[in-house]
Each structure stands twice: as C-alpha cells, then as structure tokens.
Ligand binder design. Structure first.
Ligand code: ADP
Length: 172
C-alpha cells in the first residue's frame, strides 16, 4: 500500500522510479514542464523520444502514454503522456482521465513502485484547475495500492488546490 504525497516544487528533482511528463503529441520537447524535464535529462531523452514510432509526426495521441528511459534524471523511466488542450478537445475530461490511467498502467507493467506527476494540462493547455485536481487525485486513489504517488505542483495556488481537493476526496 503506497501513499499520495502532494508537494510544491520541481518534478525533475523527484526521487522516484518514473517521472511523468506532460508532453505534446510530437514528443520532441516543448515549454513548461516538458522543457524542464528535457533540460534536466539531457540529449539522451530526446534521442529516445525520436525512436518512438510516429504516425504523421504524432508519437503519442492525446490521452495515451509512452515510456522511455530517463537520461540524466535519477528516475529509471520517463512516462510521456499528452493531456487535452481544454478549449479545443471534444472530450477533455475523458482524455485527462486517460492520460493519468495510461501513465499508471505503463508504470505498473514496468514494475515501478513510485511515480511522480506534474499537473497535466494545467499550464498552456488551460484545463480548469479544480476539475483537473479532482481527476488527478481520483485516478491516483485507484492506484495507491500499487505505488507511492507524488504530485509536484509548481506554484502555490495549484499546490493549495491539490491539497484542498485531496482533503475533500478523503474526508468522509
Ligand atoms: P500542459 O501543456 O499539459 O498544460 P505545462 O507544462 O504547460 O503542460 O504545464 C503543466 C503544469 O506543470 C503547470 O502547472 C506548470 O506550472 C507546471 N510546471 C512547469 N514546470 C514544472 C516543473 N519543473 N516541475 C513541476 N511542474 C512544472
């Protein structure tokens, strides 16, 4: 039985088996947490991403996940998942749930015991933060038997939303 930990800080410092990246479908790096993970991991991560098969330039469709090794990060794996772009996605809630679930499934099939997530879609993809936290934590509660789960929130408001939502979901 693992635990859910809600932390404020930089996910690239996480000491876990798998770090989840809020990537884009091309999986060639980007801004936000994606850029931070690629900078910290070094060029080996980009080289591994390029080896992931692509269809019309898309390596990972929205809601799916792909796994690579983690370059210079202390983690064993980076799991790349693509959250919905809130304003243009036809099924943003379903796709955000899928992004978390498919990340957990890949971690499970690679025998990971600890996993760190950023707030997927909460940056430039503009998912409303309260609903995103509720989705992230509800899926995490389904998998907490299998992992120690760490959420790294980069700023104080989002950190507070995750803490408050977790209290609401776990208080009877
Ligand atoms: P998305 O495109 O899925 O919205 P972003 O990278 O724009 O992804 O943002 C996702 C969340 O990650 C945002 O809340 C952003 O503040 C946060 N973030 C950015 N850098 C880091 C980091 N180094 N560690 C953890 N979270 C980060």
């Amino acid at each position: 039985m693992g635990q859910i930990h809600i932390l404020k800080g930089d996910i690239t410092t996480a000491q876990v088996d798998a770090i989840v990246n809020a990537a884009n479908s091309r999986m060639l790096g980007g801004g936000g947490v994606d850029g931070a993970i690629h900078r910290a991991a070094g060029p080996k991560l980009l080289a591994e991403c390029k080896n992931v098969p692509s269809v019309n330039g898309q390596r990972c469709p929205t809601g799916e996940a792909r796994i690579t090794s983690a370059g210079n990060l202390s983690a064993s794996y980076v799991i790349h998942t693509v959250g919905p772009i809130y304003n243009i996605d036809k099924a943003p809630r379903e796709h955000l749930i899928n992004a978390y679930e498919n990340s957990f499934k890949l971690a499970l099939s690679h025998a990971c015991q600890s996993i760190a997530f950023p707030a997927i879609s909460c940056g430039v993809y503009m998912y409303p933060h309260h609903e995103a936290a509720e989705i992230a934590l509800n899926v995490a509660l389904e998998y907490v038997n299998h992992f120690d789960i760490y959420f790294y929130l980069f700023d104080e408001p989002l950190f507070n939303i995750f803490k408050q939502t977790y209290r609401q979901l776990t208080t009877i």
